[in-house]
Design a binder for this molecule. Sequence first.
Ligand code: PGA
Length: 264
Amino acid sequence: MSRKPIIAGNWKMHNNNAQSVELTEGLKAELKEIDKNLLPEVVIAPVFTSLYVVNEELNKCGCGKIKMASQNCYYEPKGAFTGEVSIDMLKDFSNLEYVIIGHSERRQYFNETDEMINKKAIAILANGLIPIVCCGETLEQREEGITDKHISTQITKAFENISAEDTAKSVIAYEPIWAIGTGKTCDSVEANRVIKMIRETIKSLKGENAANSIRILYGGSVKPETIEEQMAQSDIDGALVGGASLKADSFAKIVKGAMAKASV
Ligand code: PGA
């Protein structure tokens, strides 16, 4: 089964409005000459306050080559939840199709639990958007030999009460925490092994079709120099990119590195 690859740029807490627009313009220019059908899905995730200007900037080209994600959301539709943003509010942005949830930085610094991530995933899918569900182990967990157990638990909890059909549409990002922002990429063969294990977990929970359809990305120090080897692996369907997505040329190189798989 062919799964359309995704290259997603997680800008984290970087870029004010002017910088966000500049980066978007730069990326548009880098991808201008390439036929949309040859590209992977290209997704950028600015901070909430820049979603409006980036959406406008993307509308200007009208070419539909670049989509947006938000870096988080809240699962309640509205109400007294100071500082939170609902999914309905995110639907204001015509280019926004994805919502990243459960990033390890949110789990670690903002105490997000598997239960909250599950509620977010359910609400995102109910609103017609697609969750990018992050999972990954710490260095201690890897050294203890509990990587697979930890990740399959995260995935099982994240997809509780989600149908096979909705699971099939979803995206998972496997991001070993020790590889995020450290320059230490997880070996591609090992990343592929863990991703296959995630697919097996989905198969046992939701069946073969969901397992074959769900796209599973790798994240953690992805660079232009690593992407081709990563994409050459059987089960890696793309990348969630942090640091290297903050420069138009390096992110475009990563996008181009995924083109071979995008046109299969
Ligand atoms: P990195 O971040 O590419 O800077 O390691 C990846 C991520 O946290 O999504």
